[in-house]
Design a protein around this ligand. Structure first.
Ligand SMILES: [Mg+2]
Length: 291
């Protein structure tokens, strides 16, 4: 999620990333633990597995975040103001530190759990189930939000998922209720679970999955500004905030020059919404691509 990622990035500037503190045997045991803990849905079928991101693929997270920001700070933030995945690179947010404090305040509210599903998501998930796919949610949300996240998922998508996997965490793999927590990245989880496809709205996640040692086919979901350009760890500094950069660029719309193309030959495709997602997957299935 953009909100979780906005904090993750700040923490990772002072803390080693989870996968970098693991040696090979540590990663292997983490994978073994994940295998034991993960229950795939629906258990009764043996169809190919699709991993699905939660924020802004199933849940209208950035709509909720913008609404909260407007109510709290009297701004007029719109979804189209989310130009980049990391919030501090977008209008209204301030420095990375100010953004981190805001995101923590946002998490202190129940806004994330009262927001609606992305339009068409419910019908899309049902359609994928009817096509015989097993589905699992793979998210970067924090472990301490997992319980309420599960309640939201179970309310809006009853019977569609058995568990949520929270990736990139700082504790060893474990399971509480329906939530599985792991240090592994999304790419590692998808590889481990042999997912045939990841659906994610983040260009950063999509690029890291399609360029992994074992590439994961990925649908880059949503007609969103923030997945037209990329951010890196190096962006977590004051002069990368929207206000600082705008000043530096003399008001020029610099972000328009920072769009990224889909790398040639990579198993990465863009889909605008859920109906296009279902059409794309159905067509590939009919071609026998998931057999
Ligand atoms: Mg997301």
């Amino acid at each position: 999620m953009s909100a979780a990622a906005s904090i993750h990035e700040l923490e990772e500037t002072t803390t080693l990333k989870p996968e970098t503190v693991e040696d090979e045997s540590g990663t292997v045991s983490e994978r073994e633990a994940l295998d034991k803990l993960t229950t795939l849905s629906p258990a009764a079928t043996s169809g190919p597995l699709i991993a699905i991101d939660l924020d802004d693929v199933l849940c209208q997270t950035n709509v909720a975040v913008a609404q909260w920001h407007n109510d709290t700070y009297g701004t007029e933030m719109k979804l189209s103001d989310f130009l980049y995945y990391y919030y501090w690179k977008n209008p209204y947010w301030g420095t990375p530190q100010e953004t981190g404090a805001k995101v923590r305040d946002f998490y202190g509210t129940d806004r994330l759990y009262t927001t609606k599903p992305v339009p068409g998501a419910r019908e899309g998930i049902q359609a994928l189930k009817q096509l015989g796919f097993r589905l699992i949610i793979v998210t970067a949300r924090y472990e301490d939000t997992a319980d309420q996240s599960w309640k939201w998922v179970d309310h809006h998508f009853p019977g569609c998922f058995s568990s949520i996997i929270c990736t990139g965490q700082f504790t060893d793999a474990h399971k509480t209720g329906h939530e599985v927590v792991t240090k592994l990245t999304k790419a590692q989880v998808c590889d481990d679970l042999k997912a045939v496809l990841l659906i994610d709205d983040s260009a950063e996640n999509a690029y890291s999955c399609v360029t992994a040692k074992k590439p994961i086919a990925t649908l880059l979901f949503g007609d969103y500004e923030w997945n037209k350009r990329m951010c890196t760890h190096a962006d977590a500094k004051h002069d990368m905030s929207f206000e600082a950069r705008s000043k530096l660029e003399g008001g020029r719309e610099y972000w328009k020059d920072e769009t990224v193309p889909v790398p040639e030959g990579a198993p990465l495709w863009r889909v605008r919404d859920w109906s296009e997602t279902v059409r794309w997957i159905k067509a590939r299935k009919e071609e026998g691509r998931f057999d």
